[in-house]
Ligand binder design. Structure first.
Ligand SMILES: Nc1ncnc2c1ncn2[C@@H]1O[C@H](COP(=O)(O)OP(=O)(O)OP(=O)(O)O)[C@@H](O)[C@H]1O
Length: 318
């Protein structure tokens, strides 16, 4: 179920500088209500800084920011009550047990769903009787996740929430976030774990150098995925350039050739190995041309989502 209405988060032209360094340099981000939105980008791109501005922990230098219709610079306390935040590195009251930390977090919020908390404690196999100081990073993260996922609130802001979880617990996390979204909660989640993003998110924004370089739904992103074709071509064979209907050449081995040798289609290397990444609609044409050229050992597989993201990570801000 996806709710409609004004965006849960709307950020335009956000700027935040630390000294002379602009950690955020005109960032835009829109998260509609009820959406699970992946917030991605390389280390130091500005994801945590954005999240801290959204929660009123940092003051912005320029731009606009609205969270649940509120301005974090003025209404941080209200935003904190209506949302739940899980930081990447949890450092909570070392002297309290996990259970006492959950009591304290619920006390700060002023609202609690103890039945859901108990379900999540069991699902995450968390022992709430142990002191926080004795917990591993993953267990500290679980305390925050239990508190956030059980919280009766509209918005979850999760900053690399599974960086300390093992694969089994990551599964519990994926299921619990799916349930939270199913109840109409909005989720903004930064992550470096692409498989998790692929399974959970409805849309993503990719950040680089403090700016959004890509934003769109996962289905758009999947649609843009190309296929990688590899094969071995006999010596002296030539792939008929007519396979390529219009537009520029496919991205492939020829890109490494000097400009004067670069044909309109990718060329095999000295050993006859040929590799090209082509959009879905060009796959059939290229395969036909390769077979006609006597290609052997042909493989064709979709480019993984990791590679799609990597391409964006490496691309400059547009
Ligand atoms: N309190 C601070 N003081 C000075 N510089 C900071 C501070 N917080 C963040 N930065 C800088 O701002 C930039 C963005 O950092 P940020 O933590 O937002 O990146 P990130 O995208 O969350 O990275 P990661 O994926 O590694 O968590 C980095 O260059 C970082 O060094």
């Amino acid at each position: 179920m996806r709710a409609s209405g004004p965006p849960a988060i709307e950020v335009t032209g956000l700027v935040k500088a630390f000294g002379r360094h602009r950690a955020l340099d005109g960032l835009n981000l829109t998260v509609p209500p009820g959406q699970i939105h992946g917030f991605l980008g390389p280390n130091g791109a500005g994801k945590s800084t954005t999240i801290r501005v959204l929660l009123g922990m940092y003051r912005r230098d320029a731009g606009t920011a609205r969270v649940l219709g509120l301005d974090p610079a003025r209404d941080a306390r209200m935003i904190t009550r209506r949302s739940a935040y899980v930081p990447g590195d949890v450092a909570l009251w070392p002297g309290l047990t996990g259970g006492q930390a959950l009591d304290a977090l619920a006390g700060l919020r002023g609202a609690r769903d103890q039945r859901r908390e108990a379900e999540l404690i069991e699902a995450f196999q968390l022992d709430p009787s142990k002191p926080m100081r004795s917990y591993s990073k993953g267990n500290r993260q679980k305390v925050m996740l239990v508190a956030a996922l059980a919280a009766p609130c509209e918005l979850l802001i999760l900053d690399e929430p599974t960086s300390g979880l093992d694969p089994l617990q990551s599964e519990v996390f994926v299921e619990a976030v799916g349930q939270a979204a199913g109840q109409g909660r909005t989720v903004l989640m930064s992550s470096h774990i692409m498989a998790e993003v692929d399974r959970l998110c409805d849309a993503v924004t990719i950040v680089k150098d403090g700016r959004a370089v890509e934003s769109g739904s996962m289905s758009e992103l999947r649609h843009l995925r190309s296929s990688r074709i590899t094969c071995r071509l006999p010596q002296g064979s030539r792939v008929d350039p007519a396979w390529e209907p219009r537009g520029g050449p496919a991205h492939g081995a020829s890109d490494d050739l000097p400009a004067h040798q670069s044909p309109s289609s990718p060329a095999p290397d000295a050993d006859g190995r040929f590799t090209a990444s082509v959009p879905a609609e060009r796959v059939a044409g290229l395969l036909t041309a390769l077979i006609d050229a006597g290609a052997q050992e042909i493989t064709c597989a979709p480019v993984s989502l990791d590679e799609v993201f990597l391409e964006h990570y490496q691309a400059g801000a547009r």
